[in-house]
Ligand binder design. Structure first.
Ligand code: PLP
Length: 473
């Protein structure tokens, strides 16, 4: 299996190369040359373990073991077993919980840092480590986080012998529980850095690191941000499992709390690979670039991201959307490059009507306000459901009101993207109950924190990394 760039001007690469590179050299994102068809594997998805299902998806997206390049590794079993150990995760790593007639929550928050980001980061860490062991190298991983990627990356990479991790988080924009998952690991290879600014400022600093080619090379820099193809791969697994478990005859619809469009695109990939999925709902908060794009065909950034009750989705630009634009334009990379060139210059582009139609055939979108989010948390917390939803999940639940008229009936799945205990203040203010942390991380508030502040200065950040990265040479 080869991976091509959405901007059409980079040489195809292998799965492992695409994962390690992050961005393609022409500025585009990697996508597989074709989507393998796994529709015949329904029973394995519905009945097997998460690790088995992930094995199927990974093998299909990497290519058959005997066709793999030496840098790919012949087997993924070790990585998958370590990533999704029975015992650490509940027997069903991503359980479905019925919320009402024909409606289920797909709970993705049972991993070590209590958000769906663990599903992908646990796997990426193992894939990186295997690849580095094969080539006997070290790596510096940098990651900008709106709150949950950082914690998931820390949990996945803490104590790694070959990888040092630098996490950039926006000061004052993450919950205390989110912050502690980044600052209280006690690991010597993990460096949380507080940035003066919002998530987009953190992301711009990370982009600055990669843009300095000499620095990136000497630091052996790599990213685990949401454009990483391994994240899309891992996340597509739970869509396969849930859709096959619930579909009977017709497809299931899915509502996805959305920020960078990574999770939603993973659903699209699962669908292209044969999962019985109908419409995918893009549930966004006041940061509504995607719902505006779907309504008007115009993708246009706003002046600044708004701080909301669902901070992990407080972003202005949905990085993975470029992959969907590529599909909607019939994989015309040159056209994508033109549109994103305009976006870099003027902060907007308009999709041709045909591509806009394509989007609306696959997705619906809605912007959910903070007051609607709170109202939804109150509604689900009440009898008879008694279900505590995190604010992001509540945005997903509220999005069903926008399901298009005339959409075929079918089971509905709302992705529950974080544990309510990750946002105790927001949940308590809405419903008056304080959600408890699961037993395995109940000592989070007793552990000492360590964090450095780098303001908003690329030079300071580079010096910080140079002094600490074991990969530097
Ligand atoms: C990251 C995150 C999202 C948004 O996911 P994207 O892949 O960026 O669209 C939603 N909910 C939670 C809890 C998150 O941490």
């Amino acid at each position: 299996m080869r991976y091509v760039s959405t901007r059409g001007a980079a040489a195809p690469v292998s799965f492992t190369q695409a994962v390690l590179a992050g961005l393609a050299p022409d500025g585009g994102l990697y996508v597989p040359e074709t989507y393998p068809d796994l529709s015949g594997h329904g029973p394995s998805f519905a009945l097997g373990s998460f690790a088995e299902a992930a094995g199927l998806v990974l093998a299909a997206l990497k290519g058959a073991p005997d066709e793999r390049a030496p840098d790919e590794g012949a087997s993924d079993e070790g990585a998958l077993g370590a990533a999704y150990r029975a015992g650490l995760w509940p027997p069903a790593a991503t359980p479905l919980r019925q919320l009402g007639p024909g409606h289920w929550a797909l709970e993705l928050f049972h991993g070590p840092s209590l958000s769906f980001k663990d599903v992908a980061l646990q796997l990426i860490a193992r894939l990186y480590e295997e690849a580095l062991a094969r080539s006997d190298e070290r790596l510096t991983v940098v990651c900008a986080t709106s709150g949950d990627t950082g914690g998931a990356a820390v949990e996945a990479l803490k104590g790694s012998a070959r990888i040092d991790l630098f996490v950039l988080l926006p000061k004052g924009r993450v919950s205390e529980v989110q912050r502690r998952f980044m600052t209280a690991s006690g690991a010597g290879n993990v460096f949380p850095l507080e940035v003066e600014g919002d998530f987009d400022v953190c992301q711009a600093l990370v982009k600055g690191l990669f843009a300095d080619r000499a620095f990136a090379r000497r630091a052996r820099l790599s990213g685990v941000n949401s454009i990483n193809w391994a994240r899309i791969t891992a996340q597509s697994v739970y869509y396969q499992i849930a859709a096959h478990a619930l579909a009977s005859g017709g497809p299931v619809h899915v509502s996805v709390p959305t920020g960078n469009f990574g999770d939603a695109f993973s659903g699209y990939v699962a669908k292209r690979m044969g999962a019985p999925i109908g419409l995918i709902g893009l549930a966004v908060n006041a940061n509504d670039i995607l719902s505006r794009a779907l309504a008007t065909g115009r993708y246009e950034r706003s002046s600044a991201s708004a701080a909301t009750l669902s901070p992990a989705m407080d972003i202005q630009v949905a990085s993975n959307f470029e992959r969907m634009v590529f599909e909607a334009l019939d994989r015309d990379g040159e056209h994508v490059a033109r549109l994103y060139g305009a976006f870099a210059e003027r902060g907007c582009f308009t999709l041709p009507p045909r591509a806009h139609d394509r989007l609306r055939e696959a997705f619906f979108a809605v912007s959910v306000s903070d007051s609607e989010t709170e109202a939804m948390m109150v509604q689900t917390a009440a009898a008879p459901l008694d279900y505590l939803a995190c604010p992001h999940t509540a945005v997903g639940l509220a999005a069903w009101r926008a399901l298009p008229q005339g959409a075929p009936a079918g089971p509905r799945i709302t992705l529950a993207t974080a544990h309510p205990a990750k946002f105790p203040e927001t949940v308590r203010q809405a419903v008056g109950a304080q959600p408890a942390l699961p037993a395995f991380c109940r000592d989070l508030f007793d552990r000492p924190e360590a964090i450095d502040c780098i303001g908003n200065d690329l030079g300071v950040l580079q010096a910080f990394i140079r002094e600490r990265s074991r990969a530097w040479r």
